[in-house]
Design a protein around this ligand. Structure first.
Ligand code: AMP
Length: 411
């Protein structure tokens, strides 16, 4: 099937050709006709499948076909809600590229950045708004954003949005839009709470599923290293020196862990940058750009900060800590081997993470290749290192932190 078969108009076909897309991806093949037919859609699709174009292209076509003549000010007719700033920026860049041969305009608003320039752009009028929930509600309250003319609402990465506690904001935003509208919901996974949300806000939605949550790309070689926790950093340095080449993303569960590795790598003269929720928006964007533009070869990130971000040509992913949610493993290794390339995922498993690896292997229905020849092997009988004292101290600290900053996230 070609993009032409999907009945996209000429300005969009030109843009797609200029982006170098030969054929639509599966999610595009399935979603574009439904959106053009004004159906509500619930799609389970991960980033990397081409899902942004799957909603952006038909939305632009609908807006293009129904433009008001004359010089009246543009109104927001499509609203895309994204959980993270990075993802929102990326979606807007896509809209801009696909709309290049049309007169349709888009902008992105997100928290953590100066509000005034965003206000100025909005006052001039735009067709498509991409927003994170908090900033959108803020600007709506200030009467800068008018959602009365929204024809299509997209909730992207709905599962992450709910994980991040945006459920009430999302529902509120949906209610601020006209009742008669088209709603599209995209989610990497479909837990019950996402299904519930879909049930309350979608009308007779068409379901699309392009890949199982549990499927990992055939193009990713997955290697597993059993290693004592204190020696993970040595193993990481050893592999960086001898085995892993190219552009690498290292995943850690916590912001503290990300910072710690970054310091070690910088000390060892690696060009690295990091991405996590405690960094300012400017620093996060800078880290991402540094990696995208090859100024650094290694990006260290927490899962939430990295989720959904489209970075091409990642040669390897290192799971420095194993994720406690098995689906996260699939997301992480999906960062590499995109668009038909091959990649390698290296996972480090310490004694206390054996349960995690079991769950992961069960989910992906695959036994990972265990690399036994390395300098820091884990004794198969090794017990998880749990210092009682440390454990209770840690628990106490977490408790007191939690009570001090109830909503502070660790990712
Ligand atoms: P997404 O899942 O939207 O993050 O897209 C992942 C990557 O696939 C992005 O770099 C897109 O530019 C690219 N992409 C989207 N659609 C196509 C297509 N039909 N052919 C080739 N690449 C595509």
């Amino acid at each position: 099937m070609s993009f032409k078969d999907l009945k996209l108009n000429r300005p969009l076909l030109r843009a797609v050709a200029e982006k170098g897309y030969d054929n639509p991806t599966l999610i595009q093949e399935r979603t574009i006709p439904l959106v053009l037919n004004k159906k509500d859609v619930i799609a389970s699709a991960q980033t990397g499948t081409g899902k942004t174009a799957a909603f952006a292209l038909p939305i632009l076509q609908l807006l293009y076909d129904k433009q008001e003549s004359g010089k009246s000010q543009k109104k927001i007719r499509a609203l895309i809600i994204s959980p993270t700033r990075e993802l929102a920026i990326q979606i807007q860049e896509n809209f801009e590229e696909y709309a290049i041969h049309t007169n349709l305009t888009s902008t992105v608003i997100f928290g953590g950045a100066s509000i005034d320039p965003q206000k100025e752009i909005l006052k001039k009028g735009i067709d498509v708004l991409i927003a994170t929930p908090g900033r959108l509600l803020d600007l709506h309250k200030q009467d800068i954003v008018n959602l009365d003319y929204v024809e299509t609402l997209v909730l992207d990465e709905a599962d992450l949005m709910l994980d991040m506690g945006f459920i009430d904001d999302v529902k509120k935003i949906e209610r601020l839009c006209p009742e008669e509208k088209q709603t599209l919901l995209f989610s990497a996974t479909m837990p019950y709470k996402v299904e519930q949300l879909a049930e309350t806000i979608l009308k007779n939605p068409k379901r699309i599923e392009v890949s199982q949550n549990s499927s990992t790309s055939k193009n990713v070689n997955q290697a597993l290293y059993y290693v004592p926790k204190p020696q993970k950093i040595e193993l990481c340095l050893h592999l960086l020196r001898n085995t892993i080449k190219g552009r690498i993303i290292i995943f850690r569960r916590t912001k503290y862990g990300v910072d710690k590795i970054e310091q070690t790598l910088l000390k060892n003269n690696y060009k690295a940058d990091s991405l996590h929720g405690d960094k300012s928006q400017t620093l996060r964007q800078e880290a991402l750009n540094n990696f995208k533009k090859n100024k650094v070869d290694i990006l260290i990130a927490t899962d939430v900060a990295a989720r959904g971000i489209d970075i091409d040509d990642v040669d390897a992913v290192i799971n420095f800590d194993l994720p406690n949610i098995p689906e996260t493993y699939v997301h992480r290794i999906g960062r590499t081997a995109r668009a038909g390339n091959t990649g390698i995922a290296y996972s480090f498993c310490s004694a206390d993470e054996r349960e995690y690896i079991k769950a992961i292997q069960q989910l992906i229905n695959l036994q990972l290749d265990v690399v036994e020849e390395h300098p820091y092997p884990l004794d198969p009988k090794a017990k998880p290192i749990v210092h009682k004292k440390q454990g209770s101290k840690y628990k106490k600290r977490r408790k007191s932190e939690a009570s001090k900053k109830k909503k502070k996230r660790w990712y």
